[in-house]
Write a protein that binds this ligand. Sequence first.
Ligand code: SF4
Length: 85
Amino acid sequence: MPPVRGFGLPSLRRNVCPHFYMTGPRGAIPIQAPHLLKGLLRQPSNISRCQLRGGVHLEEGYVNDVCLTPRFNQCVFYEDELTRT
Ligand code: SF4
């Protein structure tokens, strides 16, 4: 599947923590379309991870409640400093 560019609107992007990423059997999965993440999350071969917590596998419940919601900035691991450019 080719990467879909220009689809992820800024407002959608803010509903996903910028530190969140997933890895699958073939390595890191690029997050191009945040609305697809919940589907990817349900696939057991994919692992949810946090850039700030190297090696940790995030629990699906936590990801659904925090990482993939606008509340990600309340996460104790979230650091706004790293995302400012
Ligand atoms: S654990 Fe916290 S900092 Fe890491 S991806 Fe989830 S919300 Fe973001």
